[in-house]
Design a protein around this ligand. Sequence first.
Ligand SMILES: [Zn+2]
Length: 120
Amino acid sequence: MLPRLRKRMAKSAANPARIEVLKRGGGMKKDDMENLYSAVRTLQEAKRQARELGMFVEERDLLECPACGLWEDVNCEGMLLVYQKDDPSQVDSGLRFREVDGTHFVCPACGATVTVEDKD
Ligand SMILES: [Zn+2]
């Protein structure tokens, strides 16, 4: 990035008036904001439908139980498969890890807790 542009952006970000504009939607017009909200709702609905179809659409890594080796896998069509890691058939067991919170899941096979890294 050009130093002059970087300086201008830093100056703009520190400007209290600019911060107020950002809080109100970054200076977007009301119609633009409505369109953005609408697009987000559409995306969330598409994600819900994909999840319902059995696709993996989560924003986390695939899970693997450290105790029994049950793990999540995704096939080439994006479908979530859960099976024992050493099972050569790779057939979905139908089991699903239960989310406790954003970073902890319970293994449906043995009850162990699986922890994933928080990406935030
Ligand atoms: Zn397990």
